[in-house]
Structure formats: C-alpha cells, structure tokens
Design a protein around this ligand. Structure first.
Ligand code: FAD
Length: 457
C-alpha cells in the first residue's frame, strides 16, 4: 500500500486560535495532571486531546486500573483521583497485589471521564477535544517551540504558548520537534505488544466457575495464576493448556498463552481479557490498523472459548465494554537529561531532583509471548527525565519520558504517569511565569511546591 512518491504541500496562512502560557498536548492521565497542575499554579493553560474524552488509555482501551496505588507513596493528583473516585462511588473494586507493591484501584470509565473533567474545569483549564497536534512550530534557532499546529473538523489552526508539555504518550510533539528518542528493546527495537480487552459476560454461574478454576489450578498449578481471590471478586490468569487445545480445534483466535478472567460474584459478571498483538509499532498507522483489526478477531473468539472450555457460562449473555482504541503500552521514549534505568527502579534510587515516587514492578509483556515481573523498590523519577536534551521550553510527561526499555515497564503505570504530569505542569507554570529556559528551573523550589501540593517525596 505504500509508494515512493511524494507531493509538495503548498505553504498557507493558518489562523492562530489561542496564545497561552502552557499548552498540554494529550489528555491521558499524564496530560490531565499536567494541565491541572499548571493552571493551579497560575498559568493560562490549554489542553488538546485528539479523542472526544479525557483519560487516554485509561478510558479508551477500556483500561481502568490505577495500578500499584499506595497512599504512602503516591500523594498529589494520584491520591486526589483515587479519593474522588471513592467519593463519587466510581470505584469498581480495589485489591492489593504484591507484584505491584500496592493496590489495583478499578475506576468506571464514565466516572473517570466526569471526575477528570471536573478537575480540569475547576482548575480553569481551557479544553479542546477532537483536535490532533500535528506539527511543532519552532523558532528560528530550531530548539525552542513557539506552539503547535492542530488539525480538527475546523481545519488547520495554530496555538502558541510559552511552555509546551508533550503528554501524547507517543512523544509526538518531541519527535516532530526533532528531539532524540528511542523505541523498543535493545537489539531489535521491538516494543511491548498491544492489547484490547474482551467481552463482559453477565449471568454467569460464578460459584461453578470458581469451583472449576480451583480444581483446574490443583491439576495445573503452574498454568494458572490467582491474582485476587478476595471474594466477592476473583481474578485468574493463564490457561495455556486449554488455549493450546482450543487453538488446535480452531476454537480460539489467539496466538498467546494467557487469558485473564476477572469475576464478580455479586453481579455474576465475568470479564475475559485480552488480545495480544506483538511486533507492531504504535507510531505506524498500518501497524495500528493491524492491531485494531486483529484484536477485534481475537476478542470475538473469547466468548466461544469460555462457553466451551470453562464452566458456568451456560446461561450467560455478553455485554459491551465500551472501548474505542487499541491499548498501546510502549512507543517513543524521549531521551532526556537523565535516562532512568532498571537498576534505578530495582534499587529504589532517590535523586536530588526527584519529582514523584513509584513502587510498581517492571511488567514486561515480551513480543515473544511471555510476561515477566521484576520487583521495584520505592524509587524516584528525576525531573531531568522530563526534559528532552537541549530543550528550551518543551517538557514530556507520562509514558514517553526518558527511560530505558525495561524501566519504562514500571514507569508506564498510571501513578507515575500522573506524577510526571503533575511535576511537568508545576514546572511549566514556574518557567512561564519567570520567562526562563527550562534548564534554569530551580528544581529544589519545584520539589517544595510539589510537596506543598501533597506529592510525597
Ligand atoms: C492493555 C493495557 C493495560 C494496562 N493496564 C494497566 C493497569 O492495570 N494499571 C496501570 O496502572 N497501568 C496500566 N497500563 C498502563 C497505563 O494505562 C498507561 O501507560 C498510562 O495510562 C499512559 O498514560 P499517558 O497519559 O502517559 O498516555 P496515554 O494514555 O497514551 O494518553 C495520551 C493521550 O494523548 C492523546 N494524543 C496522542 N497523540 C496526540 C496528538 N498528536 N494530538 C492530540 N492528542 C494526542 C491520546 O488520545 C491520549 O488521550 C496498561 C496499558 C495497556 C495498554
């Protein structure tokens, strides 16, 4: 489908629709935190999001677990989000898992959308949905950004800002501005596979399913992982033997050795997760198309598998999960003034310019079909990971910050994405107010401000 041909786009005048202090590109959890923090710290802030709601991966996949949340480790906007979800009765369930050294806090997608909208409206962030950031507007020296060009149903428009935060997950703005980045694992550059989640089944005989799973686990102790059996909920993952059998019989379209079954006794509902698409690049439109279409085929086969190979689904029916995008775990890692490593994460390293803490393990879904968890000790992410090399007024936040491939497997969890977003927002507001390049920022003052705002350092 590709050709070697090119065409030259004619230059044209485009309207400047906003001039502001801080522009945040990307309304995932990192971008929300960045925009809220910037506005709370006095900056006129514009948040640009390509989809029709906030939340990014957390609402689009739908992926809704704040993973490894630990109130002794995560303060600030992470804690605010979890507490707001509890207050609004938006929590699906919470359970502690040792592998991430904290709780998984499940938040309903609708609740997440509303809570985050309230946060940005209360902070007086200007929001633009359905707008793609498509170009970085550079100054003449080529290192400082003047703003961003966006594309939307209203056409091509420009927004100008003193400070820009790239929270696109993929580091789109930093890449457009030609800051250096890396992608994937050393050697072959392959990134973690993509995943869409499967159906939710209702009216499942969950007692029968639990009995089946317990006896299956007894017979296949290595094949089934119990994640949470704090009734009324339970989660099991694995089933490689059953999946191999089903694959041989043409009963499942999934080239991977694990499925996850999340069950709730009270609502008699079961969610079956998820697709596995390796060897794809989330910054390549053809790969994204393949990942979406292959995932549709994969998750469509899960219901039939559950009915034939598990127990308790005889009278069940399925219902929608409401996701609208493939889940992308990893793309560009923008190379910053510091690159956080797996040794920093595993060793629980602190930094003089540490801006958030985290404890989640390095959760590597390998493109080769295995998943591994390498424990982390409570570590800090330094501010330098948010500053692309030679950047004057661009910061990055969320899963595109400066890490190694393996360290990202921990840093990509929701709490540190929010933490890096919050720090980027405060830093951008400070730099915009003082009119200074980001390298001159007083990181000790930044830490003080973050601590005052409830961030635990
Ligand atoms: C399948 C899956 C399961 C996961 N499970 C968990 C879990 O249980 N717990 C956990 O803590 N973490 C989990 N994660 C990881 C976590 O969800 C993400 O790493 C985190 O949400 C990333 O947040 P972010 O804001 O950095 O990026 P994203 O969520 O990717 O948000 C980026 C936002 O920017 C927007 N955007 C992108 N490009 C542009 C552009 N050019 N212009 C305008 N807008 C743009 C996107 O639409 C999106 O809203 C999971 C990830 C996946 C894929």
């Amino acid at each position: 489908m590709t050709t070697n041909k090119t065409i030259r786009e004619p230059a044209r005048e485009i309207p400047v629709i906003a001039e502001t202090d801080v522009i945040v590109a990307g309304g995932g959890v990192a971008g929300i935190a960045a925009a809220v923090a910037a506005a709370r710290n006095g900056a006129k802030t514009l948040l640009i999001e390509r989809y029709g709601c906030l939340g990014g991966t957390m609402s689009g996949v739908p992926m809704k677990w704040v993973g490894g949340y630990n109130p002794e480790v995560h303060g600030g906007i992470v804690r605010e989000l979890v507490e707001a979800a509890r207050r609004e009765k938006g929590v699906i369930r919470e359970f502690y898992i040792p592998t991430v050294n904290g709780s998984m806090v499940g938040i309903y997608v609708d609740a997440l959308k509303k809570i985050t909208l309230d946060m940005i409206e209360t902070a007086k962030v200007q929001l633009l949905l359905h707008a793609w950031a498509v170009e970085a507007i550079m100054d003449e020296g080529g290192k400082k950004l003047r703003g961003i060009i966006i594309e939307s149903k209203s056409g091509r428009q420009a927004v100008l800002g003193k400070m820009i935060i790239d929270a696109t997950g993929d580091g789109d703005i930093a890449a457009l501005a030609k800051f250096p980045y890396e992608k994937g694992r050393p050697g072959d550059g392959k990134t973690q596979p993509m995943t869409a989640y499967g159906p939710r089944m209702l009216n499942v005989d969950t007692e029968k399913l639990l009995t089946f799973l317990q006896s299956y686990k007894k017979a296949n102790p290595k094949d089934l992982m119990e994640c949470d059996i704090s009734l009324p909920n339970f989660t099991f993952g694995g089933f490689s033997d059953l999946l191999a059998k089903a694959r041989k019989n043409g009963d499942i379209y999934l080239d991977y050795n694990a499925l996850w079954v999340n069950c709730n006794h009270e609502s008699r509902s079961v969610e079956i997760d998820g697709s596995f698409v390796p060897n794809v690049d989330g910054t390549n439109v053809f790969d994204l198309t393949h990942a979406e279409t292959d995932s549709i085929k994969q998750v469509s086969s899960f219901e039939g598998f559950a009915r034939k190979y598990l127990a308790g689904f005889e009278k069940s029916c399925r219902t929608d999960r409401g996701g609208f995008s493939i889940g992308v775990r990893e793309t560009r890692r923008i190379m910053g003034q510091y690159v956080i490593t797996e040794e920093d994460v595993a060793g629980g390293r602190s930094f003089p310019d540490g801006i958030c803490r985290n404890t989640t393990a390095m959760d590597v879904h390998s493109p080769d079909g295995t998943q591994s968890w390498t424990p982390a000790r409570c570590y800090e992410i330094p501010f330098r990971c948010l500053v692309p090399r030679e950047s004057v007024n661009l910061l990055v936040a969320g899963r595109c910050v400066s890490t190694t491939h393996r360290a990202l497997a921990s840093v990509r969890f929701i709490p540190p994405c929010i933490g890096t977003g919050e720090a980027a927002g405060v830093a951008a507001a400070m730099a915009a107010a003082d009119g200074i390049p980001i390298e001159k920022l007083d990181t000790q003052l930044l830490r003080e401000k973050l601590k005052k705002q409830g961030v635990i350092l």
